[in-house]
Design a protein around this ligand. Structure first.
Ligand SMILES: Cc1cc2nc3c(=O)[nH]c(=O)nc-3n(C[C@H](O)[C@H](O)[C@H](O)COP(=O)(O)OP(=O)(O)OC[C@H]3O[C@@H](n4cnc5c(N)ncnc54)[C@H](O)[C@@H]3O)c2cc1C
Length: 277
């Protein structure tokens, strides 16, 4: 039995003819990540955390030069992790190398002070699936093999949030072991005996969640979510909270802030988001 758990760079699947020969840019994003060492006391102080608390922030707009994707920063026990994720199909529109983006994010005044004095422990770049179940190879099982984790497209990339990835990888690995045990009881590891793998996945949270969000990527790849909407929210908050001696009403401030977005765009996007997320 072979459990194919090779991650999103699925060379084994591709070279065995079990997945299309090349990943298409629409189904992946590129992530660049830094892990920066700081003491527990510094982290808790800077992020206003109590013992055993953690924190994760995401940001959209500026970090990716207003292209689809986002930035993240989260605390570990004795390190801060920060990074950028960019939908690869928009990479060609980027006016700078992606490693410049993480540099700019790290040097942003809001971020710089959080990691001041820290020591870089890890720097990595990795693809990540963004199309969920749509990025799966045609078959998740066959004679003598099962596919798990990122290699199977088991990741929920919800715009600037990665909801599942590690947990789907762990659970699909557990389910694969169960499927192999059942095939072992039957005494054969052919496609028919291993078909129990998809049945078990469907009973687990993995396929339930991935199927629920199967169209999410089509909505979340919409570029205006990361440009016009980010600018609208920034304008709205700035105008509303600016003390300039004029009375503010949310409705009129909103209309002044929406920039290029039309009311029809707003209604259409709201419906698509509610229907698919
Ligand atoms: C920037 C970024 C941020 C992320 N943030 C989150 C997050 O906040 N939450 C979350 O849940 N997930 C997150 N993820 C996703 C998560 O990392 C993956 O979903 C998860 O690691 C998938 O696990 P995996 O075991 O399937 O694949 P991988 O972790 O990619 O492991 C595959 C392993 O197989 C090895 N390998 C490949 N080919 C071969 C071969 N032929 N022979 C032997 N070994 C091989 C590789 O070297 C690798 O070690 C993030 C990913 C990125 C890139």
């Amino acid at each position: 039995m072979t459990i194919i758990a090779e991650g999103i760079n699925r060379l084994v699947l591709e070279r065995s003819g079990l997945a299309p020969p090349k990943l298409s840019p629409e189904i992946v994003a590129l992530g660049v990540k830094e892990v920066i060492k700081l003491s527990k006391e510094e982290i808790n102080d800077r992020f206003n955390l109590d013992e055993d608390e953690g924190l994760a922030w995401v940001a959209a707009g500026f970090p990716t030069h207003y292209l689809p994707g986002g930035a993240f920063i989260y605390t570990n026990k004795e390190a801060i992790t920060l990074g950028i994720v960019l939908y690869l199909s928009y990479g060609y529109q980027l006016d700078a190398p992606i490693h410049d983006l993480i540099e700019e994010f790290r040097l942003h005044p809001m971020v710089k002070r959080l990691i001041k004095g820290g020591q870089l422990l890890e720097y990595s770049a990795h693809l990540t699936p963004v199309a969920g179940i749509n990025a799966a190879p045609p078959k998740l099982y066959g004679n003598g093999y099962l596919v798990t984790g990122d290699a199977a497209g088991f990741l929920l990339h919800l715009g600037i949030l990665i909801r599942g990835g590690v947990d789907f990888a762990i659970e699909s690995g557990r389910v694969a072991a169960e499927a192999v045990t059942k095939a072992h009881d039957l005494g054969k590891y052919d496609e028919e005996s291993l078909s129990v793998y998809t049945k078990l996945l469907e009973e687990s949270f993995v396929l339930k969640e991935l199927k629920t969000f199967k169209n999410a990527h089509k909505v979340l790849i919409e570029p205006r979510l990361y440009s016009d909407y980010v600018r609208m929210i920034n304008n709205l908050l700035r105008r509303y909270f600016e003390v300039d001696g004029t009375p503010k009403k949310i409705g009129s401030t909103f209309l002044e802030s929406k920039g290029k977005l039309t009311l029809i765009d707003l209604a259409k996007d709201a419906i698509r988001l509610v229907m698919n997320l």
